[in-house]
Design a binder for this molecule. Structure first.
Ligand SMILES: [Zn+2]
Length: 156
């Protein structure tokens, strides 16, 4: 899945779930739930991998993070929103670190977590662009509503 839906869903969880003990695990778990939905990632969206797709991925992460910051700037729960967003993309960061440093990927627990992430990601390997983008749209639109400054009375 693209990173922007992960960031926005994690941020929305950070805003809406008031218990930090529940918010961060839920935001982390949301990554697996979104990856289980038929989707496209940057490589399948562009049709090629390699350094150019890495650059597009990095740009997409920045756009998602910027969108989140614009939506939640100045809100009372901003720190928890950002923590939720970080928890939601932590799994991809873990995978990136284990790819760069394979010895870390062999750590007990971490290797199982990476295997689970890869397994879930392979559940929908050939989702087309149209279906893949259509399934991600609710994962972007709904969190935007939840993150909007005036949606929750507590943020007025
Ligand atoms: Zn993932």
């Amino acid at each position: 899945m693209l990173t922007t839906p992960h960031i926005l869903v994690g941020g929305a969880i950070g805003k809406q779930v008031k218990s930090p003990y529940a918010a961060l695990p839920l935001a982390f778990a949301s990554h697996f739930m979104l990856d289980a939905v038929p989707h496209v990632d940057v490589i399948s969206l562009l049709g090629f991998g390699g350094p150019k797709s890495d650059l597009v991925t990095a740009a997409e992460v920045l756009v998602g993070a910027a969108l989140l910051l614009i939506l939640v700037r100045g809100q009372k729960r901003m720190r928890w929103i950002l923590r939720g967003a970080m928890a939601a993309i932590a799994m991809d960061a873990i995978v990136l670190v284990t790819l760069c440093f394979p010895v870390i990927g062999g750590w007990p627990g971490l290797s199982h977590l990476c295997w689970l992430h890869g397994f879930i990601g392979q559940l929908n390997p050939n989702t087309g662009r149209l279906l893949g983008l259509a399934t991600q749209a609710p994962a972007v639109i709904l969190p935007i509503f939840l993150l909007c400054r005036y949606y929750a009375r507590s943020d007025k």
